[in-house]
Write a protein that binds this ligand. Structure first.
Ligand SMILES: Cc1ncc(COP(=O)(O)O)c(C=O)c1O
Length: 402
């Protein structure tokens, strides 16, 4: 049997990371993977997490099996964090193996109820959305997201989504769009909600960077509007970034149905799908998150730490674009200032991204994504200079061609 295995396509991000590690230059920059780093280049364990872990360790709770829906206190806290109380009776929340597990469980659910459904994802979009949906057996189609200047292209997006059939599912990033950092405005959320309602399409909102865009409450504005206006909404939430619980695999899937009576069926389907996959999610990360969110002092500490992370990224955006402005007028790069969350999509093609790596040891993805949180105040001027030089190369090449 095993001799029939075909080598799988290596994940481009992890392959890039290996190339970065093998690079001997001391001024190289890793802006690849979506992980927050502090000013020392470290991914810290939050103090709120450490304190919750100390409390949990001292209590020595049993390691016996939990239920199929995971940690109830966590599910309750996440429901309160994301949704207004009026929606709680219609909401089923189950803990999952990170945000990825939530996406997969929801795709499995869609495939089991509606095997002909297509999942519509943004282009550009998160690199793992399509593989997750396809492995769950769903068809995938793309909707355009950005115009040639890198701004949200609402008209093109709705135009393509007009091809969706009733019952199809549209994946929307709750905030801090990965990879572009370009989010929907409140008006655009309202327009999209009305469009989905009219076309009888169901949103799947992936919210993996809650708190890192405009703040914990502001980042739920669009999601809440959609949840309050539509009959059915699916949500995949991750605590990897905003609680720094990456390796603890902590997240949840939420399903908002038309009425509270639908909950029993939804929950039994989700339990059934989880049972035949991983049975139940790991408890530790969820127990930590639940302890933080249910303990006012720890919750306040977490909010403060999360806000510090958000402000650091924002400050890096401002400092980088100030540095670029000092070098000249580059509107294509100036937009980085207003993007949300960790990522920005550079206005560079693959050869330019390769040039950044080759000439400057600056590693982003081939599609042009960089993680701003991988920067420090010290290496900002180096990045600004490298971006401007790479932009210039493109302009010169084009002059020579034309
Ligand atoms: C848009 C998006 N969704 C989901 C995830 C998955 O998060 P997790 O690490 O919790 O599985 C990520 C992780 O990078 C992401 O960027």
């Amino acid at each position: 049997m095993l001799e029939f295995i075909q080598p799988a396509q290596p994940d481009p991000l992890w392959a890039m990371l290996s190339a970065y590690r093998a690079d001997l230059r001391t001024d190289k920059l890793d802006l690849i993977v979506g992980v927050y780093r502090d000013e020392h280049g470290q991914t810290p364990t939050l103090r709120a997490v450490q304190q919750a872990e100390t409390l949990l360790a001292s209590e020595g709770d049993s390691k016996s099996y939990r239920g199929l829906t995971g940690n109830d206190a966590f599910n309750q806290a996440m429901t309160h964090l994301l949704l207004p109380p009026a929606l709680h009776p219609r909401t089923t929340t189950v803990q999952t193996v990170g945000g990825t597990g939530a996406l997969r469980l929801l795709c499995d659910m869609i495939a089991s109820i509606h095997p002909d459904a297509t999942l519509w994802i943004s282009n550009p979009g998160y690199i793992n959305h399509e593989p997750i949906a396809r492995k769950a057996g769903l068809q995938v189609r793309h909707y355009p997201y950005l115009d040639p200047h890198g701004a949200l292209n609402e008209a093109a997006m709705l135009d393509r989504l007009a091809q969706a059939k009733p019952g199809d599912v549209v994946l929307v990033h709750g905030c801090c769009h990965n990879p572009s950092g370009v989010d929907l405005s409140a008006d655009q959320w309202a327009t999209l909600s009305a469009f989905l309602q009219e076309k009888r399409l169901v949103p799947l909102i992936d919210i993996a960077y809650l708190g890192l865009g405009n703040g914990l409450t502001a980042d739920t504005t669009g999601l809440r509007h959609m949840a309050e206006t539509l009959d059915e909404v699916l949500i995949a939430a991750s605590c990897s970034k905003n609680l720094g619980l990456y390796c603890e695999r902590t997240g949840c899937a939420m399903v908002i149905g038309k009425s509270p009576t639908a909950r029993t069926h939804i929950q039994s389907l989700l339990e059934n799908l989880a049972r035949s996959n991983y049975s139940m999610p790991p408890d530790h990360g969820a127990a930590v998150a639940a302890r933080i969110m249910h303990t006012p002092a720890l919750n306040a500490l977490w909010m403060d730490e999360l806000e510090q992370m958000r402000l650091r990224i924002r400050q890096l955006r401002h400092a980088l674009t100030d540095q670029i402005a000092a070098l000249g007028d580059y509107p294509a790069l100036a937009a980085i200032r207003h993007h949300k969350g960790m990522f920005s999509l550079l206005p560079f093609d693959k050869p330019q991204m390769q040039q950044l790596r080759r000439e400057f040891g600056i590693y982003g993805t081939d599609a042009g994504r960089i993680n701003l949180a991988g920067l420090t105040e010290k290496n900002l001027p180096y990045l600004a200079q490298a971006l401007v030089s790479t932009l210039h190369t493109d302009a010169l090449d084009q002059e020579m061609v034309s």
